[in-house]
Design a protein around this ligand. Structure first.
Ligand code: KG4
Ligand code: ZN
Length: 358
């Protein structure tokens, strides 16, 4: 079947075409229009601006996805769309567009959970991967560890009690003078920092004896460390920290994040048993985190799987892939489909309430 998918939960307007048959999913097109440059001016995503930018981009992005896939609209068998979690105004643009398209074509509309879709990004390149496995989803708004027991069945084992890991990367990166979003910049800066011995220290985000994290505590400690290092050098507001210290702080921060996630996953495996490890979400593009979890997987004798870097960030291909599994499980939405800021509110409204799994 051919699925047309839409993603608009944050600052990327994306449309994709997926071909899915049995357990084989192929991405025929995946067009992503990013708003990063616009939001970089403000140091973060401005929700109202994001909604307007989605509205401006969505028709063109959708047309491009159809042209790139070399299909016509009458080839589309279903439309999948992110309806939670995310920025409500941003989500509504994609949901409204998807509802109109599904209605006009007379095809089913499939509501998709953005977090589950991040994990689905691994399936095209890893057709042999089947649940059960562990999934660590690390993004700008989410950090959770799941036991994935079916393509649509996720048990949350633990997660952040406050900020997401990506948010911490972005805030600390900004204090180190990097442009928003700072994840990729922090990755590169840390790589240089790791070349020298690290003497600075930061706390672990992993909360002892739990499967949970606090990235807010780590973020505050890193911001204080930057402040202290600036004070030691008597720097004025516009003076940057010396490069060697910036690199060391990026490396120490990255080490705390990666060690914390690795430690949590180690205790999850000790408690619940071995299973393949999937790392997904925007922060899964982090080379140090990929290395740390790949090392852990090797030690545990299980496979480590993460999407290619272009599929780690927000994109509609992952929505189409998860949409296929949701469709098989019986998920359907009508023209009354709404958008929800959180998974909890979507669940409370029964958006993803269907029991069977393929
Ligand atoms: O999944 P995503 O694209 O959007 C959300 O659903 O939140 O994740 C975006 C986050 C941003 O915080 C960005 O800084 C972070 O992913 N990120 C990274 C890297 N590339 C993107 N964080 C660390 N290292 C990276 N290489
Ligand atoms: Zn995301």
């Amino acid at each position: 079947m051919i699925i047309f998918a839409i993603e608009s939960s944050c600052d990327e307007t994306s449309a994709a075409v997926i071909r899915a048959e049995n357990d084989r999913v192929d991405i025929l097109s995946n067009v992503v229009a990013t708003q990063i440059e616009t939001h970089a001016l403000y140091g973060g995503v401005v929700p109202e601006i994001a909604s307007r930018a989605h509205l401006e981009a969505i028709s063109t992005v959708a047309e491009r996805a159809i042209a790139d896939a070399d299909i016509v609209t009458s080839d589309i068998d279903a439309v999948a769309v992110t309806c939670a979690p995310g920025l409500i105004g941003a989500l509504l643009v994609g949901v409204s567009f998807a509802k109109s398209l599904a209605y006009a074509l007379g095809v089913p509309l499939i509501p998709v959970n953005h977090i589950k879709a991040h994990v689905a990004a691994v399936y095209p390149a890893n057709p042999e991967l089947k649940p059960p496995f562990y999934a660590v989803v690390v993004s700008g708004s989410h950090t959770s560890v799941y036991r994935v027991t079916g393509f649509t069945e996720f048990d949350e084992i633990g997660g952040s009690r406050d900020d997401a890991a990506g948010e911490a990367f972005d805030k600390v990166g900004r204090r180190l003078g990097l442009a928003y979003p700072c994840g990729a910049g922090m990755d590169a800066l840390a790589a240089e920092g790791f070349l020298s011995a690290l003497s600075l220290k930061l706390p672990s985000p992993h909360l002892k004896d739990t499967y949970d994290f606090s990235f807010s505590g780590l973020k505050t400690a890193a911001v204080n460390l930057i402040h202290n290092e600036r004070q030691k050098r008597d720097l004025c507001d516009d003076d940057p920290l010396p490069d060697d210290i910036r690199k060391e702080i990026a490396a120490v921060f990255t080490r705390s994040v990666t060690d914390g996630i690795q430690k949590c996953l180690s205790s999850v495996i000790a408690e619940f048993g071995v299973a393949p490890i999937v790392l997904a979400g925007g922060v899964a593009a982090n080379s140090h985190l990929r290395n740390a979890l790949s090392t852990l997987a090797k030690k545990e004798g299980v496979s480590f799987i993460s999407p290619s870097k272009d599929l780690c960030g927000d994109n509609a291909a992952m929505i189409g892939i998860q949409g296929y599994y949701e469709y098989r499980a019986g998920a359907r939405a009508g023209c009354d489909l709404n958008a929800y800021a959180s998974e909890e509110s979507a669940d409370a409204n029964g958006v993803f309430s269907y029991e069977t799994d393929a």
